[in-house]
Design a protein around this ligand. Sequence first.
Ligand code: DLL
Length: 431
Amino acid sequence: MTDTDLDAGERMSLDELRADQLRNLKTTVTSVYENVPFYRKAFDDLDVTPDDITSLDDIAKLPFTNKQDLRDNYPFGLFAVPREQVARIHASSGTTGLPTVVGYTTGDLDRWGSLIARSIIAAGGKRGQMMHNAYGYGLFTGGLGVHGAERHGFTVVPISGGQTPRQVQLIQDFKPDLITATPTYLLTILDEFHKQGIDPTTTSLKTAICGAEPWTDEMRKEIEQSFNINAVDIYGLSEVMGPGVACEAAETKDGPTIWEDHFYPEIVDPFTGEVLPDGQEGELVFTSLTKEALPIIRYRTHDLATLLPGTARPNFRRISRITGRSDDLMIIRGVNVYPANVESVLFEFTPLSPHFQLVLTRPGRMDEMTVEVEAREGVGAVELDGLDKLVAARVKERLGVSCGVDIKMPGDLPRSVGKLKRIIDRREGVR
Ligand code: DLL
């Protein structure tokens, strides 16, 4: 990484960055006030106008936007430009209800592509390299979002998710330097290497850029060692843009750097909405600064994280790894647990593979959680004897929650081709 690899946005001084952010915040706020009836009403309800924004701190005067607001204005009600100026539509399915629909002008797509290139370079990629893109194509922002790298000097292989034997073949034949996939799908690809008898450490791959779902440093180590590559974390969400809102730098691997010249971050108390100081954990909130088709004000992500000072890009703050989404919070006998917490514990046990799911039941009045986890290939009965009890005891010790543990044979659990569903909810009448 040399200074010449940095783009103009990354080279701004802190003063220039703050001035740029304020200028773009004012433009964004004016655009939504004038063009989006939903925001006009929300601003009027709070008695705030674009003229009230004279410093970045004034952002706290603005209303929040929730996923439900996108649904209430389905499909195009929050767009700030005429539909004819929208060049691309994406949507996120969500588990219930209407999808949330997002749109991009050609300018938005250009900026997105530049941020993808910036992310790949931060991740350790170099222009001229080939990228095997195994994020799903279609309405999901992962595939087509990352694909934007093709206009910035990268060769993109648009394989999408699925057809796993073919993924292995194309990695072997095309010899890409970079791979993009959810961490759990990368594990599925890893299994396929073993199945085909190919040593995954011998591929051309140097870097994996993984995101779209929570994963732990333990999982990173598993991926890095199994493929003999670097693995970095990329974060994003469709309502704010898609992949590339933030990305980790290869040299520090200390949490995704937020591309703050385009997205202004805040952390708020998830219950009261009060803005919290940097360093305190809470819900991530983003305001877009440069989007035209769907500018978004103080979007409540439901992702729980901490804002940290910049390192590899000193002027841009980082997010800690996402602990979990508030939607994935399980409250087991009064104790809060996220799947990632369980993932960290399971990695302590070498006979266990990284393939696991959490089954929720409610046999009586209380919720119960059973950890279903596969043994690693080749592990014998002796090593597994009594291991379920040891794992349950360790989960209790580390997370404070009692659970059942059911150790499965390799291949017994469903595999991911994209975002993995970790929580299987079998509680009657819940949700
Ligand atoms: O998942 C965009 C994306 C695609 C990001 C590819 C990275 C790579 P959505 O489908 O709208 O967009 O889902 C967004 O996924 O609010 C988080 O809960 C979760 N998420 C995304 N990246 C990460 C990450 C894409 N690195 C939701 N770590 C977000 C943890 C992540 N969770």
